[in-house]
Design a protein around this ligand. Structure first.
Ligand code: SF4
Length: 499
C-alpha cells in the first residue's frame, strides 16, 4: 500500500496518461491506498488542475490556460482567451514579465498570441533539460564541514528574513525548529501563486543549485532527516529540471522528495501546503500548534521559500557582511522584486532592500513605458493593496503597513494613468473569491460578497468596511485576512475612483 502522501502524485500520473480522471481511476486509487472513495474524491475535486471526467466523456487532447492576473490582463489576456476556443482562465502563471502568458498543456508560452498558442498546440512538450551540477558547497555530502552553530550565527548576523511573504527572521525560525525533538523535516515552498510574483521561477531557472544548497544547509543545520520540495504545477518545465537535479545529487545526500502542487493558490500558505504534501485537500490549519512544532506527518518542520534558500546559500558562501552591507532607506540586505506592468524592462530585479518605487522603476526597470506615468502600484501583489504614486515608502517588511498594505513577496505591479484601478481591484477580488478554500465563513462569504459589491457602479463603503473588519478578525489564514487590502486601500487612497 503506497503512503497517503503520494495520492496527489498518483492522481497526476493518471491524468498525465489519460488526459483526465475517470471514475474507475478514483476507485482504483481508493482500493490501492485503502481509502474511501469519498476521501479520494475530496482530494481530487479540491484542486483546479484535476479534471474529473464521466465514463465515456472524451478527455481533451490539450488544455490551454490563459493567465488572468492583472499584469497579463493589461497586455490583452482577456482578448486572447476569447479568441482561443476552449481556453480557460488561469490564476497567475508566474510569467508576468512576459505578459500575456499562457500554458498549453505543459508548455509555457510567453508574450502569447493566437499564433504562438496554436503553434504550441502542435508541438510535443520538450524533454527534461540536463541537470545543473549541484553546488560544491553542500551537495554530495549531506553534512557540512561547518558547525551548526556557526551556520546559525552567520544567518543571524546577515539579518536575513523569510522571502515567502511573512518576513520572519530566518535564523530564529531555524533555531525554533532545531529545538524541537526529532525527527525533523525541511519543506521547500516553491508554490508562489501571488498574482505578480515570479521570483521562484526565476531562482529555480537561474540558480537551482543555490536553492538546493540552501535546502541541504537547512537540513544539516536543523538535523532534518528529509527534504520535501513542493513545486506549483504551473511550472512543468522546472519540474523536469528539478527532478533531474535531485537525481544528480550524490549518494549519501539527505533524501530530497519532489512533489507537484495541483493549482491551488492557498497551498502557498505553509500549513495548507503541508496538508497538500500529505495527500489531502489544501486546507490551512488552525494554529497553534505551529508547523515548527507539529508540521508534516506531525513532525517539527522547517518551511522556507525558494528565494530564502537562495540567499542562505549566498550568505554561507560569501559571508553575512556581503549581504548585510546592502540596503537603502534604513533597510538592510538584498532581495528580489518581481516587477511587472507599465515599466520598460519588467523582470525579477535583485535590488537593495528598501528601495522606493521610483528608485526601482528608474534604476532597475529602465523607467516607465513610453506614454505612461506612474499612477498607482501594488507593492505586494494581490494581497499587498494599492498605493498611489506620491507615497514612496521603502519597499521592505514593516514599511507599508501604515499605508494599509504590505510588501509580502514583493510582487510589484506598476500601473499608469491608462489603467482602470477599479477593474484591477475587481479582478483581484474575484481571484480571492475563487481561491478561498471555503473552510471559514468570513472568507468564503466575504470574498464572494465583496466581489459582487465591486461589480456595482457605486461601492457600498459601509458594507465593505464591515466585511473587511470581520474577515480580518475571524479568517483562519492570511488569504481571508489580506483580501480586504484590495478594496480598502483603494477606498483609502483613491476615493475619486471608488465614489
Ligand atoms: Fe480558507 Fe479563506 Fe479560511 Fe484561509 S481564510 S482557511 S483560505 S476560507
Amino acid at each position: 500500500m503506497p503512503p497517503r502522501d503520494l495520492l496527489i502524485e498518483h492522481l497526476h500520473n493518471l491524468q498525465d496518461r489519460h488526459g483526465g480522471l475517470y471514475p474507475a481511476h478514483l476507485s482504483a486509487l481508493a482500493a490501492e491506498f485503502r481509502l474511501s472513495l469519498s476521501e479520494v474524491m475530496e482530494t481530487a475535486s479540491f484542486y483546479a488542475h484535476f479534471r474529473l471526467l464521466k465514463d465515456g466523456e472524451a478527455a481533451p487532447s490539450a488544455v490551454v490556460r490563459v493567465c488572468g492576473s492583472p499584469s497579463c490582463v493589461l497586455r490583452g489576456a482577456e482578448q486572447l482567451k476569447a479568441t482561443i476556443p476552449g481556453a480557460v482562465d488561469a490564476p497567475c502563471l508566474g510569467l508576468c514579465d512576459h505578459a500575456p502568458a499562457a500554458l498549453v498543456s505543459r508548455v509555457p508560452v510567453r508574450e502569447a498570441t493566437v499564433e504562438s498558442v496554436m503553434a504550441a498546440l502542435m508541438v510535443t512538450p520538450p524533454p527534461p533539460r540536463s541537470s545543473q551540477s549541484p553546488s560544491p558547497l553542500w551537495g554530495g555530502v549531506g553534512v557540512g564541514d561547518r558547525p551548526r552553530d556557526a551556520i546559525l550565527a552567520e544567518l543571524e548576523a546577515s539579518g536575513l528574513r523569510g522571502m515567502g511573504g511573512a518576513g520572519f527572521p530566518v535564523a530564529r525560525k531555524w533555531r525554533t525548529v532545531a529545538a524541537q525533538p526529532g525527527p525533523r523535516l525541511v519543506v521547500v515552498n516553491a508554490d508562489e501563486g501571488e498574482p505578480g510574483t515570479f521570483k521562484d521561477r526565476h531562482f529555480l531557472d537561474t540558480a537551482m543549485d543555490r536553492v538546493l544548497d540552501g535546502a541541504l544547509a537547512a537540513a544539516w543545520a536543523i538535523e532534518a532527516e528529509a527534504i520535501y520540495i513542493y513545486l506549483r504545477d504551473e511550472y512543468p518545465d522546472l519540474h523536469d529540471t528539478l527532478d533531474a537535479a535531485i537525481a544528480a545529487l550524490p549518494p549519501g545526500t539527505v533524501p530530497v522528495h519532489l512533489r507537484r502542487g495541483a493549482g491551488a493558490y492557498v497551498c502557498g500558505e505553509e500549513s495548507a501546503l503541508i496538508e497538500s504534501l500529505e495527500g489531502k485537500r489544501g486546507l490551512p490549519r488552525q494554529r497553534p500548534p505551529y508547523v515548527a512544532e507539529v508540521g508534516l506527518f506531525g513532525r517539527p518542520t522547517l518551511v522556507n521559500n525558494v528565494e530564502t534558500l537562495y540567499w542562505v546559500s549566498r550568505i554561507l558562501e560569501d559571508g553575512a557582511e556581503s549581504f548585510a552591507k546592502h540596503g537603502r532607506n534604513g533597510q538592510k540586505g538584498l532581495r528580489s522584486y518581481s516587477v511587472s506592468g507599465r515599466v520598460k524592462i519588467p523582470g525579477v530585479k535583485i535590488a537593495p532592500n528598501g528601495v522606493t518605487i521610483t528608485e526601482l522603476i528608474e534604476e532597475f526597470c529602465g523607467g516607465m513605458e513610453d506614454g505612461h506615468h506612474l499612477a498607482a502600484y501594488l507593492p505586494g501583489g494581490a494581497s499587498g493593496g494599492f498605493l498611489p504614486a506620491h507615497l514612496q515608502p521603502p519597499l521592505a517588511f514593516g514599511c507599508i503597513e501604515e499605508h494599509g498594505g504590505f510588501i509580502g513577496s514583493a510582487a510589484v505591479i506598476v500601473l499608469s494613468q491608462a489603467d482602470d484601478l477599479r477593474a484591477v481591484a475587481l479582478n483581484l477580488a474575484r481571484f480571492f473569491a475563487h481561491e478561498s478554500c471555503g473552510q471559514c465563513t468570513p472568507c468564503r462569504v466575504g470574498t464572494a460578497r465583496a466581489a459582487e459589491i465591486l461589480e456595482q457602479p457605486h461601492w457600498d463603503k459601509p458594507l465593505l468596511d464591515d466585511l473587511s473588519h470581520v474577515m480580518r478578525q475571524a479568517s483562519i489564514c492570511g488569504l481571508g485576512q489580506a483580501a480586504p487590502n484590495v478594496w480598502q486601500s483603494l477606498l483609502r487612497h483613491f476615493p475619486e475612483v471608488t465614489a
